[in-house]
Ligand binder design. Sequence first.
Ligand code: CO
Ligand code: CO
Length: 326
Amino acid sequence: MNPALLDEALRTIDFPTNSNVLVDASHADDAGIIQIDKEFALVQTTDFFTPIVDDPYIYGQIAAANALSDIYAMGAEPISALNIICFPDTVLDSEAFKLILQGGAEKAKEAGIVILGGHSVSDKELKYGLAVTGKIHPEKIKLNHNLKSGDYLILTKPIGTGILTTALKNGILNEDDISSAIKSMLTLNDKPSKLLHKYPVSACTDVTGYGILGHLWEMLEGSEVGVTISVNEIPFFDNAIPFAKKGTQIPGGTLSNERFIHKHLDMGKVDLWYQALLFDPQTSGGLLISIPSEFATDFLNDLAEYPLPVSIIGEVHDRDNQISLV
Ligand code: CO
Ligand code: CO
């Protein structure tokens, strides 16, 4: 939803808390974390959304991969999940219902977690996702902030799923046309997440609804550092670029994402059409990782067999608290 509205509500409501809470919503982190004992903290998150592809089985898988991603972004290990489904049972048949849940179950299996149950509601508009629980050692938590000057920024998936799924919804493209984006959305962030503990990573988040620059701003907000992003180093889905240039098939969220952070953005000499990609709301996007520069190449080499492009897209400096594009 609109990031400004959410931000305002989260700042004004007095949510109950206690001294065992290690991570809450105050820094827009990917998941909440509560300490259970010295060695064990519980990680919780939920995410669900309306269909972005026509195939119910693929939709179920993407929704589950997307919900699991916030656990991986904290460097945590998922252990269990609950299904959440709002289903138009007067419009769609039971086969679609089963295929969506089957898709979610497949991704849960791949992630090595169990599904303990869930909740279903009859609703005009279909929505599906998971509430996921994970675990982590309290000292190993990876927050989305505290970037260090000199760090490099690594992105583990291409950008452009918002434009491509909008073009699909509008009948401009079909599912075959966007197969590379579907493959990316189906890919779990588990492998890059494991590497967060091999190197002294400063911060990590996953790229979802606020687009790459929106989530990057969450990493920077209120800090002493800024970042320079090389747009040429960001992997974009090839077939999303012509739409960005023409300004067509742009999802509604792009503009509110742009409004939310435009004050903190210096576009430099970068063409304005890039904004359509840089603010494009992502589904099941990659991890965005801030890592001391001397470890960045090793991190990339460890993902040499990874099925998606992993790139160094920018660096952290202490000049100003803003995002500069080159
Ligand atoms: Co997230
Ligand atoms: Co989320």
